[in-house]
Design a protein around this ligand. Sequence first.
Ligand code: SER
Length: 843
Amino acid sequence: MKSSEIRRSFLEFFESKQHRIVPSAPVVTHGDPTLMFINAGMNQFKDVFLGTGTRDYTRAADTQKCIRVSGKHNDLEEVGRDTYHHTFFEMLGNWSFGDYYKEEAIAWAWELLTEVWKMPKDRLFVTCYKTDEEAFKIWNNYLPEDRILYFGDKENFWEMGETGPCGPCSEIHFDKTPDKSGRDLVNADSPQCIEIWNLVFIKYNRKADGSLEELSAKHVDTGLGFERVCAVIQGKDSNYDTDVFMPLINELAELSGKTYLNDIDDHDSVAMRVIADHTRTLSFAIADGAIPGNEGRSYVLRRILRRASSFARNLGFREPVMTKLVGILADTMGDIFPELRENQITIEKVIRGEEENFLMTLDRGLTKFDELAKCSIDGTILGREAFLLYDTFGFPPDLTELIARERNLKVDIDGFNQCMAEQKQRARSARKSISQEVETIACDSITTFVGYDYTEIETTVEFVKDKQIVLDKTPFYAESGGQMSDTGTIEVGDETYNVIDVKRLGRAIVHILDRNTNLKLGDKVTAKVDKARRLDIARNHSGTHLAHEALKTVLGSHIKQSGSLVHPDYLRFDFNHFEKMTDEQIKVIEDIVNEKILSEIDIQINELSLEDAQKNAKIKMFFGDKYGDIVRCVVMSEDFSIELCGGTHVKNTSEIGLFKITSESSVAAGVRRIEAVTGHGAVEFVSGLQNKIKELNEEISANQKTIRKFEKDISDIKREAMEKEISQSTDEAQMFGDIKVIAKQIEADSLDALRDAAVNLRDKFAHKAIILLAVLMDDKVQLACSVTDDINGQYPAGKLVGLAAKELGGGGGGKAHLATAGGRNVQKLPELLENFVGLVEKM
Ligand code: SER
């Protein structure tokens, strides 16, 4: 059976048992700070288990895209070194929401495995929670007692996290040993006997104080490892040998010229498994809107890429290679996950950009590595040096180890971890992170958020610890979906506390006050949001929605949000796009948004079912698992910007005032960022601009004054120089009878200056003088001739200059006392000046 048939048969099987087949939630989560990626099929149903959300069906099944990059069995550093762990995998699942329970869940799992997929019964082992005799008995209908094993909390009590839905579970393990002797290998971390399916019987909620609260209904949550089941059905030892991975591995073998071996220790084969696995993770994460970067989830992706990239280097690649696998992945999985095809170009570009960057870093880092290696002590690279490589060159520790191993060196990983912990501590104290404080409080309260309708209410204290307080109802918005928290006050009698931050903790909304409080449980208080600030935030939030739609209109439908910040003073919006935006595009986007503002559109907030929302292609969605069955939809107008959003907005677009983009930049390969202002921020920006223009004008006029002064200085200097030259010239005069004749070349930057010089010199002599001055200008000779009044009847300047110009192949003339002319034959000038007396004589 092909993997696609296996997936289909799972879904068809549960459809025949009246399950609703639902789509996978995006693997990238939004708005849930406790979860970077979806890590189990049940994530999207958490609210149903807890009783805070409902669906219009009680049975569901799907294949869920999951990413697990940490945890006991899934340390990133280990993936690829074995045959059955992955950073990205599909979890096939079926669920009962207060409908069927253990009896059916077990019966159907058994039927699918042994009847539909025909797995040999004597290769299946089952585990039960140590006290779950009910499950044991049911299983005993299908399997002999010696194939059913009891285990404790660690193996058979499944919990979603520190808090949340949980319950005893039963796992099905497949024995791959040749002689079917896998009983002792169950839960022993052996590739010979692996867990394939986990059936969780959810009936509790783990509360923050550690106690278990019985839920009002009992649920079933199952998770079947798709890649593992494919290996079993296709008779392969390794998940990587199935048709899920082989197209990628074959391509890698082809490109590298190396052979993929069925040998767990073969270095090249480990590298191929790592690259194939990590390419899947990166591609799916990017398709769902995540981007490698420097923080949080983005950093996890960058580490995954760098890990794969360093393995690629070991396979001999010096060029990006993962980007070449994306097309194959899209071909093999695009039918079931069309987002791979839709985003193929983006995925390829982002991965290629990251690979190229890392290859460059790697080159520089390797030089540094070699320096460090020289100072290694006893063949061990010191922890702080490995940390330097990590911190400065982005070398993940396993890459440093890998390179060290190639050179027969070791790395002091404990020392590295120590440096890492110290750096984290430094960062923490620098931030004095409020959220860290919040995370440490244990609080199960449930706060009702009434901030869409009110900014001020009377309410009751539900929980207090030092500076933190939880209220029964609150108008305070807690940071979510990029929108910053509200600030304001909590008042009781004469006492006023400032609320400086607001955080979500489970279902509680925690207000962080400016000081410790002695308020008590049950106290009545007035909670007041800073209205002006809230409105500024709302303007920027609504402005963000309009900008998103305008970006799509102008740059293309590929535009997808990859991050946003809605601040009272400005908004920031990151989106996938590969080119710098032009000034023209920015202007058009501003115009579109401002047109919507000037059109005074009433913003509608609608509630509708998630299912209806998903059917409407116009609706933008980002928050994946956060959506309940009823979603909040912010509609600017039916044909312009409809977005699922939990944030606070203005009532009419006109309240936004003015939208102005203040910057456009790049944040990562293929991701651009705009920052913009609205309302007060825009007013500030415009007055800032006006002040700037005023300052610039003042600066320009001051500069002009200086320039004028310099010009005057220069002309004074020139005049002085000229006068000096003239007075020297009088000494250079040749005599023709009693007439003084001067013929010389001077420096002048205009015809006027040349003429002035001729006049000056003539005035200087006053009597019986003939002057010919020449200047080189634009590859031509310009001549000026002046003659004193007493002799210019006999020797008219106009005639003399004409004769002179003729010698230079030119012509000209003028009055008797002053005339100008020009000629192109520059080489003849010295000769002319030498013989000018001769010309006078001829006349
Ligand atoms: N939630 C369980 C798991 O992740 C079963 O789906 O294993």
